[in-house]
Write a protein that binds this ligand. Structure first.
Ligand SMILES: C[S@@+](CC[C@H](N)C(=O)[O-])C[C@H]1O[C@@H](n2cnc3c(N)ncnc32)[C@H](O)[C@@H]1O
Length: 183
């Protein structure tokens, strides 16, 4: 998807997309930096047209599975162009993750990477999705979240009890990679 098409899609659906540009290289690097080759099962939420997805595939286990949720049909059409036997794009909302875990015989994830714009979601839905992420993430492993401001920090500390924030200057706009550990 071209930058211009992403911009149009984002403007048309701002209450879902929450930004007007996709994640750049530095942000994609930072948000995936805690994934290792040991990480077999990965969950990506709000995958868009796949800016972060490709980096996850580079870093994860060579025989693992990546389930990537994206609700916007045009973003999803572009996401689905990524061809990798480990990659399973899903055109559904993140709160339905457990149904797809069953379908793919995944008991627990080794890592979660999200760019869902919780800031534009109803608070109850944001808490439900985060609660499901915590329940389905291995202990000691990371939940990573893209943010464009240091807002909503209490949402993450409320669910995970901890939060690290990493500033990424070289992104348009500059962004944060939030990290919560599932203690
Ligand atoms: C900020 S964009 C990020 C796109 C891409 N991951 C990137 O970093 O460039 C957020 C994406 O989350 C999707 N989204 C919003 N709510 C969602 C939900 N409940 N379940 C799945 N995807 C959702 C939007 O459609 C949008 O494509």
């Amino acid at each position: 998807m071209s930058r211009f098409k992403f911009l149009l899609e984002a403007i048309r659906n701002f209450r879902e997309v929450g930004t007007v540009t996709r994640s750049g290289k530095a942000l994609s690097e930072k948000i995936t930096s805690f994934i290792t080759k040991e990480d077999e099962y990965i969950l990506e939420l709000g995958a868009g047209d796949g800016a972060i997805t490709k980096r996850i595939l580079d870093r994860m286990h060579p025989d693992g599975k990546l389930l990537a949720f994206e609700i916007n049909p045009n973003m999803f059409a572009n996401l689905s162009k990524i061809k990798d036997p480990r990659f399973f794009p899903i055109n559904d909302s993140a709160e339905n993750m457990e149904k797809y875990m069953n379908d793919h015989e995944i008991e627990i994830f080794d890592s979660v990477i999200s760019a869902i714009p919780y800031i534009v979601l109803p608070e109850d839905l944001a808490k439900t999705i985060l609660g499901l992420c915590k329940r389905n993430l291995k202990k000691g492993k990371s939940y990573m979240q893209v943010h464009y401001a240091k807002t909503l920090t209490s949402l993450y500390t409320g669910v995970f009890g901890n939060l690290e924030t990493h500033f990424v200057l070289f992104n348009v706009p500059p962004a944060y990679a939030f990290r919560c550990i599932n203690e």
